[in-house]
Design a protein around this ligand. Sequence first.
Ligand code: ARG
Length: 266
Amino acid sequence: MKKLSIFLMLFVLLFLAACGTSGTSGTGGEEEELKELKVMTDAAYAPFEYMDGDKIVGFDIDVINAVAKEAGYKLNIKHTGWDPIFVELKSGSYDIAISSISITPDRLKEYDFTLPYFLSTNKILIPEDSDIQSADDLMGKVVAVQAATTGHEAMEKLFGEKHKDIKAFENNNLAIMELEKGGADAVVADNGVIEYYSASNPDKKLKVVGDKDTFDAEFYGMMFPKGSEYKADFDKALETIIENGTYVDIYKEWFGEEPDLDTLKA
Ligand code: ARG
């Protein structure tokens, strides 16, 4: 019995000592633990987000890492695919998504977005020898798109009820594959992605045509659940990296030219 109480006393003393030291150990240099945010992306949209081996890379990834660093957060970025982004963000299992997501009135009803970080528009990817010159020429042709994107919506608007002319895929790479194997006459997707694809695959003999009358200018934003506590920090940090040159460096690295920063101030 005596042994036990000595044992207990020792234990209590050790415990108190441990508490005491942990409180004072942060003398000076110790780093503050950064909060880790869970990020979703559909990494099948080069050069914005794609898999390089088992690493998620791209312009968007560099931008969100720079923003998070500036705002004082750690990120855990997962390649979840496109559709889950819109479901999981609502369920609260993730904090933020970056995936070339265009800020649209419909999405704004259900999610919050950062300030714009990129200007984009849908364009048409076709074989070099195609006679398609505008969106109107797509009528009666088979168009491949990524499902639930702004390109998909634009085609539904153009074709009305004739949905059989639209082939919608889970990711954009599948839509491009469909075009290449002859199952579609065109792909409609964000200009940055299809211009990058046709330029980096000259052997595929593809070209890109735009149509300003049919496809609006769109802005990419980082997307949060409605009412997210992180939006303000991310907006502020995004403004900072745009002002201090970090954004320009990232842009030049991926696109080989200076960004027109005025376009972001629309
Ligand atoms: N910008 C278009 C949209 O928001 C397409 C984005 C697709 N992004 C992706 N990572 N697949 O609907």
